[in-house]
Structure formats: C-alpha cells, structure tokens
Design a protein around this ligand. Sequence first.
Ligand code: ZN
Length: 316
Amino acid sequence: MKLPLVYSSKYNTDLAELGIVKPFALDRGQLVLSKLASDMGEIPDIHSPEPISDQILRLVHTAEYLETLNNSSTWIELLELKADEYFPEKAQAPLTLLLDDIKTKCGGTLLACELALKHGLAANLGGGYHHAFPDCGRGFCALHDIACAIRSLKARKLCRKVLVVDLDFHQGDGTAVVFQGDNSVYTLSVHSEEGWPEEKQQSTLDVPIKSDETHLYLKKVEAALAKALSDFAPDLVLYVAGSDPYEKDVLPGTKFIQLTLDQMRRRDELVIDRFADLKIPLAMVFAGGYGPHVWEVHYFATRRILERAGALSPVR
Ligand SMILES: [Zn+2]
C-alpha cells in the first residue's frame, strides 16, 4: 500500500550548484524518508508530485509577479541572499532554475490535500511557503503553495471550508493577506510576537507568543484550536508545521521561541490527533526549519500522521 506521503528528489535542490550558501535544510524530506525506511526495513512506497500548473498559480498570484520569477534579481531578493551567501561566480546554473523545483513542491501540497480528502491524513514532505503575497515573493517564499492548493480544490468543488493551522515560528502573513475577507477560509496563526515579519497582518485568529511565555505555548495552541473549532466547521485542515520554534533551529531570528524536541512532538500530536479524532481531513506541510537537526521534528510529525492513518504501528 502506498503511504499518504508526497515527495520528489526535486525538493532537495542542490543549492551549492546555484552558488548559494544558506542553511535552508532542503534535505528534511529526504532525511525523514531515510529514517522511515530504517524503521520499516524497506523503502517506503510514496506519491510523487507533478509541478503545479501556471493556471493554478494565477488563482493566487498576479501575472506580473509570476513573470518576474524569470529574473535572478527577484530570487536574490526573496531568498534574502547577502554577499557572503551567494557566489554567482561559483554557480553552475542560474537561480531561476529554482522555479521548477518550487512548482513541484506546490504540486506536492495540492496532491497531499487530495490524498487527505480521500484518506483522512496526508503530508507533503516540504512546501509551506506561507509568506508569499499575491504580487511578490518574500521571506524565502516564492509561491504560496497552500493558497494555490486551497483555491484549486475550491474551484473544483472538492472542499468548501478550509482551516489553516499555522504553527511556524513566523506569522502566516501571506496566508492572512490572500484570504482576507474570504469567509470560507479560516486562518489561524500561532507565532512569535518578536522578530520577522515586523509588520504583522491580520489572520482570522492570531495568537502571538512573547519570548517569556513559551512555557504556555502548548496550552495556547490547545486553546487556539478549541476557539477555531468553535468558530468554524472545516471540511479540510492545512497544517503548517514549521520546525523553526525548535531549540536546535539555527536561524538567528528564531531565538525568541526555543521549544524542546519533546514539546515540538507534543505540539504536532496535539494538532494531528485533534483532527484525526474528529475525522476531519488534514494535510501537513513542513514550512520553516533551518540547520541540520530540524528534520527530527518533521520525522516525529510524519510518523504520527502514518500511525493515525493506520499505516504504521506506534513505537515509543
Ligand atoms: Zn518560519
């Protein structure tokens, strides 16, 4: 039986080949799959995505913005590449090559949603570009895969009411902007009050966490889920499971929330179990996470999805 996981080797873009030195941790999906293979004693049989179509991208992004993704300067800006992070003289390929890999990750988020609607739970082992705005890329996000997936599913009448549960360190500001005024999409964002983005947008429900209240983090997540579910009855949940609140995340800007692996694991189980218990379809995406250790968080979350989907037996 195929597991409800979506991945392609194109997710693990060779940044060195593009002349980029930055701890983006694009190997998270590969590391999660390797660990699952060793747990299972065989290479997991999973789903492979197609790149998302330009027609779907235009349901969220302006044609003018999409056109600029053919220029290297757009990528330098949205990936925030500083002089000591980008070495064009060492690059063997242009930055614009990133576009195809990112379109594949967007296709992966859409496929994970379709699998969730069919089977209950699914995960895209990448994606989660929640900072992209309709008319510009920002915060390392070029295309808003989550918004594209939601708009495509709704256009095909595969779902009506979608809840986005965003627990990345950073506010899901792009998601808030895309769905502002759309009552069929409820955007919940639990994020650090401090740090980037300085200017926060208005989600349906925002729960900013101050750096001295991280001991309350899990309680606040639990209360936020309860509030969202009392306000709204979704037929699909997108779980944006950023690993950047983890204490081993290396991005300097994420220092304001430092949760342990056990806390991160409890967070992910809280969300996955809640919707699995309610039998509301849930698709998870990885979103933010930087450095060599963050994959551990995604591994336990992915395992939980598989356990609750009945595809793996729980181990403690
Ligand atoms: Zn983030």
